[in-house]
Write a protein that binds this ligand. Sequence first.
Ligand SMILES: [Zn+2]
Length: 185
Amino acid sequence: MKCPKCKDSALHAKQMDEQFAAQECERCGGDWILVEDFVQWRENNPGFEFAKNVDVEEDEILDSQNALLCPRTGTFMRKFRIAAQNAHRLDYSAAVGGIWLDNGEWELLKKEGIAGQLNEILTNKWQQAVRESMSKEQFALIYSRKFGETDYQKVRDIRGWIDSHPAKADLRAYLFAEDPYSAER
Ligand SMILES: [Zn+2]
């Protein structure tokens, strides 16, 4: 099998952190992992946690922007965003259940504390959570630009205070009434 990124470089068998089987491209350092290998290892090692203190800088991590072809079938692989807080995506061939990690992405997964959940990244549940979290961050950005950072923080504090107040409905009515000291509404 050839590397999906370098195309002419062969993949060689390796063990990921001495835990489960994978194949590596020695030229670009990317890893090819079969989900079934990972899941089987996970089932046999349910309590195992990968160390999070990984020494890797963001600019050392590659992320293929163009679509890659599955090294086994030659068909396009799909990209799955791993988290809302960074833009890295892993490539997945559904046809063979294979994951391609660019050089440094395994370290990134460990750093984010999600290396042990590699297979879950491919689920709808995970992807939906990433999308929801991303849209929340976008709203936060919009509000912060609109109000200014200080006032946005202030209005968030007020909102939090109202939401946790036992008389929150009355507080809201007071706040939004044209004149809270009049019987008219
Ligand atoms: Zn390569």
